[in-house]
Design a protein around this ligand. Structure first.
Ligand SMILES: Nc1ncnc2c1ncn2[C@@H]1O[C@H](COP(=O)(O)OP(=O)(O)O)[C@@H](O)[C@H]1O
Ligand SMILES: [Mg+2]
Length: 660
């Protein structure tokens, strides 16, 4: 087994820490090892928040917008704060009650009965206070869970709705993982913040203030001694935090690399196996994992010693106040009850401070998460339809399947079309610096069948992307019956175009449901007819449960060719007057393809069809064949005309050159 070179090691960390989306590395912050909920300020989670990805770029507007999501619950939140106040007051008071209780116990002047009675009264009072505290705590968490979940529901729905409206360009330029982590990691940490952080900060502050006041009430000398210890605690904490900061950065990167590597290996497992790269993958992963172990060890060491160190410091101040308090009892008439409760206060005094500082980190990563969510929400959606955009329909063809909305009774202007599709002088590039289609001129008369052939990357799929406005063109004109497609409502346009995409997708659900996706009101019989047209019927019948067979994970229980057949059936069931088939039959055998063609020919009769095919046999009976190379039309005409030209099509046909 070969060893990984140092170069490769560095490369692995650098490369894979970038693949994994920033938030998926960041998200482990709040839940990762080290500093738990009570985590020390600058340590544990603290420094993770300082990692670039864990910090919002612009906190104030994000905060404001986030507050918008809980504004409707503002009264409930205020109620929680009132409860919290009660709870904290009760907690502080119950401690304070100990003072007279203890003083009464050690008071040798009163009778035993009286002392016992007073003790019982004190205990009962404390019990009541505790019970009330428990109930308010319970109510608080009920309310806050509800508030945070309802904020999350709204955020999640807004985000999902937004994603449905984003132009295809967004999906083409962002990985699935990236979009997914907006929904998972980012929303999670936001929910966590709404759920815990607000109340914790509030109760931290109030507890701190209350404790300090009561400390002064109990004994101001001791109070001053205890508070003098605060700068010391802060100093030590910030020193440790500074040390661990760099380690946390390193850990963050390693964590990203590990996640990225897993992401890629899981997705590419099949390819890894095909090329026997398991050994290398294991070796590389082991390296990354060990690296993460080391970094985490170092980072968590500092995070881990924070608590004990701070704990010991506060123990010192505890001991100090106990000693001084003891002396005061003996010399200055300080009561024993007072000393007892003071030591209690001084012990819990440091806790809210630590808590508060650790919450700051949660807030940072939550705001960063929220910021990323809002970034998606702020993406430009597909531009709204033109104000006087029209709807189109073909006479006697029902293409709108919303029950409440039919072609006839729509308020909007609906124009009857025959189905002529024309591209004139269309020039397009996904990026301005690279032209993919150059001056394309094609006209498909109603009912005609137009074929595109050409090498991979020639721009065939791009043309289909333009016709149904996945992308809008800047130069040239695409029109249907002379109407610029930009002036047709998108929904209406797409409703009139049935498409078999090059990359198929099937949804979880039965075969029947998947075919019906093409037209929701289709009857079972119509589904079966469509399946027969697409030549999918016979294989569906052979499936274990026939049309009721459940498909899972994009139809992973079917062969590639079978998936294509279902996609064709889905298009076949649609009555749209324009049909686009992008390499629809590339994965089925030639014999099946022949069958499909026969079926489809019937289907195409009344439809304007664009067909992109690899096999020339599929396209020979087209009304026009367009040979596309590098975004330009090099030849166009019927099969016979093109053969007669003895050009590129002829060469392809005779096998002199091959499509790659
Ligand atoms: N979403 C996209 N963003 C940027 N470039 C793209 C995108 N899709 C395709 N391309 C580029 O456009 C060119 C044409 O692609 P495509 O139309 O898919 O070719 P074909 O379908 O003929 O194989 C290729 O060079 C490809 O790299
Ligand atoms: Mg293509």
């Amino acid at each position: 087994m070969s060893q990984l070179s140092e170069e490769r090691k560095q490369e692995l960390i650098d490369k894979y820490s970038k693949i994994s989306s920033p938030s998926s590395t960041n998200s482990s912050g709040p839940r990762g090892p080290g500093g738990g909920h009570r985590g020390p300020g600058g340590g544990g989670r603290g420094n993770r928040g300082m990692h670039a990805s864990g910090k919002p770029k612009n906190a104030a507007p994000v905060m404001k917008r986030l507050l918008g999501y809980i504004r409707k619950d503002i009264y409930r939140i205020l109620l929680v704060f009132v409860f919290l106040l009660f709870g904290i007051a009760a907690n502080l008071a119950s401690n304070y009650i100990l003072r007279p209780v203890i003083n009464n116990l050690v008071d040798t002047n009163s009778s035993v009965e009286e002392r016992v009675r007073n003790l019982l009264v004190g205990i009962t009072l404390m019990a009541v206070i505790y019970i009330v505290g428990m109930i308010t705590n319970y109510l608080n968490s009920r309310i806050m869970v509800d508030v945070s979940q309802s904020a999350l529901v709204n955020l999640r729905e807004d985000l999902f709705n937004k994603i449905q409206k984003l132009p295809l360009k967004y999906h083409d330029t962002h990985t699935h993982g990236e979009i997914m982590s907006r929904f998972t990691n980012d929303l999670d940490v936001v929910g966590q913040m709404i759920n815990n952080t607000m109340t914790q900060i509030f109760s931290g502050v109030i507890t701190l203030i209350g404790t300090v006041i009561l400390m002064f009430v109990t004994n101001w000398i001791l109070a001053i001694i205890t508070i003098l210890g605060v700068p010391l605690i802060a100093l030590v904490a910030s020193q440790i935090a500074k040390r661990s900061k760099n380690y946390y950065k390193g850990q963050q990167k390693s964590l990203g690399a590990v996640n990225g590597y897993i992401e890629e290996s899981v997705t590419g497992q099949k390819v890894i196996k095909v090329f026997n790269h398991e050994e290398t993958a294991m070796q590389e992963f082991n390296f990354l994992s060990d690296d993460l172990y080391e970094k985490q060890l170092k980072a968590n060491f500092f995070g881990g010693i924070m608590m004990p160190v701070l704990g010991n410091i506060s123990k010192v101040s505890y001991a100090l106040s106990a000693v001084v308090g003891g002396i005061l009892c003996l010399t200055a008439n300080f009561d024993i009850g007072g000393l007892t409760i003071f030591t209690n206060y001084s012990r819990q005094f440091a806790r809210p401070i630590n808590e508060l500082s650790s919450q700051v980190t949660v807030i940072f990563s939550a705001l960063a998460g929220a910021e990323r969510v809002f970034e998606v929400m702020d993406q430009e959606p597909e531009p709204a339809d033109h104000e006087d955009a029209v709807e189109i329909y073909k006479e006697n063809v029902q293409t709108v399947y919303d029950e409440n909305k039919t072609n006839e009774d729509s308020d909007d202007k609906a124009i009857s079309i025959k189905g002529e599709v024309s591209l004139s002088n269309v020039t397009f590039g996904y990026n301005p610096d690279k032209i993919v289609l150059n001056k394309i001129n094609v006209t498909a008369n109603p009912g005609q069948k137009i074929a595109f052939v050409g090498s991979t990357g020639a721009g065939k799929t791009t043309i289909t992307n333009l016709i149904n406005r996945f992308y809008d063109i800047e130069e040239g004109l695409i029109s249907i019956d002379g109407i610029d497609i930009k002036n047709i409502k998108r929904e209406s346009l797409r409703g009139n175009i049935a498409m078999v995409l090059q990359d198929t997708h099937l949804f979880s659900g039965s075969v029947m449901e998947n075919i019906r996706y093409g037209r929701l009101d289709a009857t079972n019989e119509e589904v079966i007819t469509a399946a027969k047209t697409a030549n999918a019927h016979s294989f569906i019948e052979r499936l274990e449960h026939g049309y009721d067979t459940e498909l899972e994970g994009d139809g992973s229980n079917l062969s590639q060719g079978q998936r294509q057949l279902l996609n064709i059936a889905r298009a076949a069931i649609s009555k749209a007057p324009i049909l686009i088939m992008d390499e629809a039959t590339s994965s089925v055998d030639t014999r099946t393809e022949k069958y499909i063609e026969e079926g489809m020919d019937k289907l195409m009769k009344n439809r304007t069809t664009f067909i992109i095919a690899h096999r020339l046999s599929t396209v020979r009976n087209s009304d026009e064949i367009i040979v596309l190379e590098q975004g330009e039309i090099v030849e166009q005409g019927t099969h016979e005309e093109l053969l007669a030209m003895q050009g590129r099509y002829y060469q392809l046909h005779t096998g002199a050159i091959e499509l790659d």
